[in-house]
Ligand binder design. Structure first.
Ligand code: CMC
Length: 385
């Protein structure tokens, strides 16, 4: 048997390999820049709002006032969950991780709400439905696991404020809602990362967007992708005091272990999102545990950058986000789900863009196994083992 894979280039983890041509976002990993459709993420976080950014990502341009109002209205209209999803959320064990709940709920939503099936509804309508319902799913699960009735969504509030309202059962302060909105913008898009790739691979088979986003949620959950933010808070609490940082780093490095919230495949300097989140944390943190975590985080950053900065290891988006989330009263196991809530905008943008000029993903694997085993002989040997 001729092995044609011998000539196939193999790049572990697809480092440096482009899998799509895109005009959605770009990272300059040396300069520490991230742009969405030409705009720097810092400027968008400062001046825009999450709905406008989702529109920008999906349509490739800033909306007119009329388009933005219409888009916000469409999103607000899709927030409610049907009784089947509400019931499903009550049936799942209270101990379930919110990312498992979200993955399950989006998959179930594909059974109940999918409209883009060739009958005139567009992909955008399904994307609006998923983007709008994710916050409701998460807040309803938080209510269910605490034996409380869910707080129904409010069509009067923007995406970010409505989530905080449903989660906490009271209107958020304007400043808090604004911070959360900026956090969603910072997490909305990041080029061809692992979860976006997972979504794109699923979509490239011409499967539906609910399946593609279910794939993406399962991928984001991993501790070296979006799951890192939760591990960062655990690590900061384990360190406990800035005085323990040096010993902690020493132990991790001599054991060849990674420090959570540091390093990135593309950024070899400060991740611009981490820079914004760090200043948010400095401005926002008022609680005692928050102050302690921030002190530890600042010391940890100093020591890691001093020791590993030469190798391009700097804080990434997950390093300061958990400190900010905790201060906003968001439970630790919700951190990655907040990431998913925002990144859903980017996933959908890539699904739309890629499938416009689709080609199924079908790479190769380089085969290293046997090629000429005889079944009866091997079966006889196996029996005697
Ligand atoms: N702590 C210590 N050393 C590190 C770290 C870290 N966090 N990250 C990378 N390195 C070292 C690694 O040991 C390797 O060193 P050497 O060349 O001497 O063997 C070098 O840097 C390159 O590492 P790599 O494994 O080739 O890097 P990668 O591009 O495959 O992995 C990463 C990127 C993000 C998975 C990795 O940096 C990591 O595991 N970081 C910790 C988890 C984390 O914070 N993840 C969130 C990523 S950002 C948000 C997101 O994507 O969701």
């Amino acid at each position: 048997m001729g092995d044609t894979t011998k000539q196939v280039p193999f790049v572990k983890g697809l480092e440096g390999v482009a899998v799509a041509i895109s005009s959605i976002s770009h990272i300059d990993g040396k300069a520490g820049r991230l742009i969405y459709r030409g705009f720097s993420v810092e400027e968008l976080a400062q001046y825009s709002n999450f709905e406008e950014v989702a529109f920008l990502l999906w349509h490739g341009k800033l909306p007119t006032d009329f388009e933005l109002t219409d888009f916000k209205r469409k999103l607000a209209r899709e927030r409610s969950l049907s009784s089947e999803i509400s019931q499903l959320l009550r049936l799942l064990p209270a101990s379930s991780h919110p990312m498992d709940v979200l993955r399950t709920a989006v998959s179930a939503m594909g059974v109940l709400y999918r409209r883009c099936d060739g009958s005139g509804f567009s992909l955008i309508e399904d994307a609006i439905s998923i983007l709008s319902k994710i916050p409701t799913v998460l807040a309803a699960f938080e209510a269910a696991r605490n034996n409380r009735p869910p707080v129904l969504p409010s069509a009067e509030l923007d995406h970010a404020a409505n989530f905080l309202y449903m989660l906490h059962g009271k209107l958020p302060e304007e400043k808090v809602a604004r911070v959360f909105d900026a956090i969603l913008i910072l997490h909305a898009e990041q080029e061809m990362n692992a979860s976006t790739f997972a979504a794109t691979v699923t979509a490239s088979t011409l499967s539906d967007i609910f399946s593609a986003i279910t794939s993406a949620i399962g991928t984001l959950k991993g501790p070296i992708h979006g799951g890192a933010s939760e591990r960062v808070i655990e690590m900061l609490d384990e360190i406990g005091d800035p005085a323990n940082v040096e010993t902690f780093i020493e132990e991790k490095m001599s054991a060849g272990k990674r420090i959570m919230g540091f390093g990135h495949r593309i950024y070899k300097t400060y991740d611009p999102r981490a820079v914004v989140l760090k200043s948010m944390a400095k401005e926002l943190v008022k609680s005692d545990p928050g102050r302690k975590r921030l002190e530890v985080a600042l010391k940890l950053e100093e020591v890691v950058v001093e020791r590993l900065g030469e190798k391009g290891i700097y804080p990434n988006v997950d390093f300061y986000s958990g400190i900010v989330y905790s201060e906003l009263g968001i439970p630790k196991d919700f951190f990655t789900a907040i990431f998913a809530m925002a990144r859903c905008a980017g996933w959908a943008a890539h699904i739309m863009e890629y499938t416009e000029s689709n080609r199924i993903f079908r790479p190769r694997a380089i085969y290293e196994g046997s090629t000429d085993l005889r079944y009866l002989e091997e079966k006889a040997k196996a029996r005697c083992e």
